[in-house]
Each structure stands twice: as C-alpha cells, then as structure tokens.
Ligand binder design. Structure first.
Ligand code: NDP
Length: 309
C-alpha cells in the first residue's frame, strides 16, 4: 500500500519520518514524486491542484492535513464517492485552544487599550471586569469549539456555545440552530468563530449579526476568512458596535498589502497560525484513521459531504 503526502506549507522533513513511523507497512511518497498514480491508496493533502485527486485511479480515501475541508471541496473534480477524513488530532486541538484562550484573555484584560496607552506613555487603570462577568460565545462546538469551551469555563468565564444540533457541555449554556442564534449573540461580549466553512456559514459574520451583539463586543475569527464580511466589520469598528477584533483567517491569504485591516488600531492580525497540525500526533491520528477504514469502520473526522463538514 502507498500513501502520498502533498502540502506546500507543511514541512515534509518532519512529516515523512512521522508517517513512516506511524505506518510501518505503508510506502510513503512525497509530492511531486508520485510514481505510478495507480499505486496510491491514500492521499494526505493540503490544497492539492484541481483535478489531482481525480487523477489517482485506485485511491481509497482522501485525508485532509487541516481540520477544514474547504480547500478540497473547491475542486469541482473532487472524487466525492471516496471517504474524506479531516484532521482530528490532539496537537491541533491544543494549539487552537491556546490561541482562543490567549485572545479571549487579551480582549478581556483590555490589552489593546493598554498597548495604546503605552504608545502614548499614559499610566491609567482601566476598570476591570471579572471573568464570570464576561460573556464569551463560541460559534461551533465541534472538536475545537468544545475544547475551547472547557478551558474558558475552567477560567470562570460565562461561556455559551452555538451549534447546529443541540450539545450539552459542562458549565456552558448551549444554543442550537438559527432560531436560537439571536439569544446567543445578545449575550456574547466576546464572539469566537470556530465554524467550518459551508454554504450555511459563508459570510455569517456580517452587519446583521454584529448588530445583534452587545455594543462594544469583540470578535475573534479563527474559522475561515469567508465567514467574515470584512467591510461590515470595518463599519462596525468605526461605529463602535464592535470594539476590537482578532483575525487569523482572511478571504484572501496572504492578506493583501492594501487591506485596511493590517493597520487598523483595533484589529489584531495573525497569518492563519491559530493552530497547526503537529506531524507526530497527526501522523498517528491518520494511521489510526487508515486502520479504521481498512477494517470497514468510521474514523473520527469522517466528513459528511452532504452536510458540508
Ligand atoms: P467540527 O466539524 O468538529 O465542528 C464544527 C462545529 O460547527 C459543530 O459544532 C457544528 O455543529 C457547527 N456547525 C456547522 N455548521 C453549522 C451551522 N450551519 N450552524 C450552527 N453550527 C454549525 O470542526 P472543528 O471544530 O474540528 O473545526 C472547525 C473549523 O475550525 C474548521 O472547519 C476550520 O475551518 C477551522 N480551523 C482553523 C484553524 C486555524 O488555524 N485558523 C485550524 C484548524 C481549524 P454540530 O455540532 O451540530 O455538528
């Protein structure tokens, strides 16, 4: 059996040895040295060229190096009949939780204001709010969202989450479906987007949604750039409806030099680094997924393409 690894951003010198260790009985090939395409059983990929996966005639399953699969579903020739497994692995989850907790604390403790004061050499206390008085709302309660909720609850924030189906998470209020979105938004002082990109979630972070948040709310977008209507955010920042934002993902990546987001005083920009797949733990997770598929089972992260995530 052979597995092909293809990514232009993940380091093959870490990945290939990790995959060989996790899959000792499998030949691991590195793009672009595909060899005979008919020999590839599994493809572990990030942003493969359009039509590439369809050119592997005996592929048994597609494995996504990222948690999101929008980099694959954009391909009109994606072999949709094959199992598609997205990345679910402890390193990725831990990294995202670190980032979300860090940014929630950053906004909760008014660090943008203190940075601004430092630049102006101003020594002034800004009135503090206790964590349990700060309401955090997490859009998306999947692998990543639910872990972030648990850590934020541990820090004693007043946490709520929103998902499609109703979830039950210890210490957090759970809202479900579009009918409960307004009540969820109305109690989100800090809103975190951890949704997958689907038809239903595309451009969800727009003017209409911002208007339903408490005035002066903060936004943290770590889902996908397409979730956010950037012009609507800029208008909400100008009006004060949104006080500050952390953006890790963008409609156009890298963020173009011309984007006003780069220099906006109330925006923190990071280059899609909220969380990275960790080769060692991820190779083990993918090896386990392959073993489960070979045994006819359903591995964690098996995508429902009809649902879109
Ligand atoms: P999951 O599939 O495990 O969870 C998705 C969650 O979103 C579920 O709770 C799901 O609801 C909810 N959801 C989906 N559609 C809707 C909808 N229409 N309305 C309400 N809720 C909805 O995904 P992960 O947690 O693993 O990952 C989430 C996303 O995070 C990824 O798709 C990716 O885009 C992004 N990401 C970003 C990274 C970065 O570095 N910036 C790194 C890794 C991931 P339900 O529970 O009912 O199914």
């Amino acid at each position: 059996m052979a597995l092909l690894f293809k990514s232009d951003i993940d380091r093959p010198d870490s990945w290939i040895p990790a995959l060989r260790t996790a899959l000792p009985d499998m030949e691991v090939r590195k793009w672009p040295d595909v060899g005979d395409p008919a020999e590839i059983d599994y493809a572990l990929v990030w942003q493969p060229p359009e039509g590439f996966l369809a050119s592997l005639p005996n592929l048994k399953a597609i494995l996504s190096i990222g948690a999101g699969i929008d980099h694959l579903t954009r391909d009109p020739k994606l072999p949709r009949h094959l199992p598609l497994v997205r990345m679910v692995e402890p390193g990725l989850t831990a990294g995202m939780t670190e980032f979300v907790v860090m940014q929630c604390l950053f906004h909760h403790r008014r660090m943008l204001d203190y940075r601004d004061q430092q630049q102006r050499k101003v020594w002034t206390e800004i009135p503090a709010v206790a964590a349990w008085q700060r309401r955090i709302g997490i859009l998306g309660l999947g692998e990543l969202g639910s872990d972030a909720v648990a850590r934020l609850v541990h820090l004693r924030f007043d946490v709520a989450g929103w998902s499609r189906r109703r979830r039950a998470l210890a210490g957090a209020a759970c809202f479900a479906g579009s009918e409960e979105l307004p009540s969820f938004l109305a109690r989100s002082d800090i809103l975190v987007c951890l949704l997958p990109l689907t038809e239903a979630t595309d451009s969800l972070l727009n003017a209409e949604l911002f208007a339903q948040l408490p005035r002066g709310a903060c936004l943290i977008n770590v889902g996908r750039g397409e979730h956010l209507v950037e012009e609507d955010l800029l208008a909400a920042l100008d009006s004060g409806q949104i006080d500050a934002a952390t953006l890790d993902v963008f409609r156009h990546e890298p963020l173009p030099d011309s984007s006003p987001l780069w220099s906006h005083p109330r925006v923190v920009v990071t280059p899609h680094i909220a969380s990275m797949t960790i080769p060692e733990t991820a190779a083990e997770a993918m090896a386990q997924a392959i073993r489960t598929l070979e045994a006819g089972g359903r591995p964690p992260g098996l995508v429902d393409l009809e649902r879109g995530y």
